[in-house]
Design a protein around this ligand. Structure first.
Ligand code: DGL
Length: 279
């Protein structure tokens, strides 16, 4: 048994779709969430930058004594999970491995599509994992970068979301693709628009459920489960910038009022004071 919180992190609000599932499935576990709202989006950046940011976030959470880390971001899972695993003194769960397993088992046609950020799609990690699990399956990757700012701005039901879904996904309609992996933790926030755009023949696979299942197994395997609590766990939500929409959207996603549990933090290494050469 271990009462310490589980650290969950993302570039912004996307990881809250994983937190929502954790609140339902693991009600005794305390959560320490970190959203890098000062530097979102990560998806258009290179792997080295994403890895540097990811290590800063992981380090921050480990200093706050978490018992496990959930990388609730596909871009960081795709580019930085090895680096995080090597650096972290606690076990790490990522969102990609459990989700590919789920999709590989769910697809009948073996034609699977994944949508994600540019960093995630160009990493090729989904193809590599799927080839190991189901070699005859075929994967089509579609980068959908504008879905992240649409979700961060709370515009998931605005006509702009519909327009972009049509633009990004119309090429999948009428193909043999029967399974779409939402390969970015922001995208479940657009689920209804995505489902309307693709119709009922395509099943949408959200990473929250398989990831939390993997986390649940890990807690048992490592003896890290929290004891049954007499009072509600004290969840905390840290952000790196005073994002004016963060709490409003977070409350909507999580279905409660968590406004008193937010803290603005700094995760970057302190830099040396600037010294100029005097004239
Ligand atoms: N939610 C993230 C992901 O799953 C990050 C998106 C971004 O910051 O671009 O990839």
């Amino acid at each position: 048994m271990d009462e310490r919180p589980i650290g969950v992190f993302d570039s912004g609000i996307g990881g809250l779709t994983v937190v929502r599932e954790m609140l339902q499935r693991l009600p005794d576990e305390e959560i320490l969430y970190l959203g890098d709202t000062a530097r979102v989006p990560y998806g258009p950046r290179g792997a080295a930058t994403i890895t540097r940011f990811a290590l800063e976030l992981a380090r921050f959470l480990c200093h706050r004594d978490v018992k496990a880390l959930v990388v609730a971001c596909n871009s960081m899972s795709a580019c930085a999970v090895q680096a995080i695993r090597s650096a972290a003194p606690v076990p790490v769960v990522d969102v990609i491995d459990p989700t590919v397993r789920e999709a590989a088992g769910a697809s009948r046609s073996g034609e699977i599509a994944v949508i994600g950020t540019v960093a995630t799609i160009t990493s090729g990690v989904y193809e590599r994992l799927l080839a190991q699990l189901r070699p005859e399956a075929r994967l089509v990757g579609v980068p959908c970068p504008l879905f992240v700012p649409i979700a961060e701005e709370g515009l998931t039901h605005h006509p702009v979301a519909r327009l972009m879904a049509e633009e990004y996904l119309s090429g999948l309609r009428g193909t043999a693709v029967d399974t779409l992996i939402l390969g970015c933790t922001h995208y479940p926030l657009l689920k209804s628009v995505l489902a309307e755009t693709l119709g009922p023949a395509v099943a949408l696979i959200d990473s929250a459920e398989p990831t939390v299942r993997a986390l649940n197994h890990l807690l048992d395997r490592e003896g890290l489960r929290a004891p049954e609590r007499v009072r509600e766990p004290q969840h905390r939500f840290c952000v790196t910038d005073a994002s004016y929409k963060f709490m409003e959207i977070a409350n909507r996603i999580l279905g409660g009022d968590f406004s008193r549990c937010v803290e603005q933090v700094c995760v970057e290494h302190p830099v040396e004071p600037l010294t100029g050469r005097s004239a």
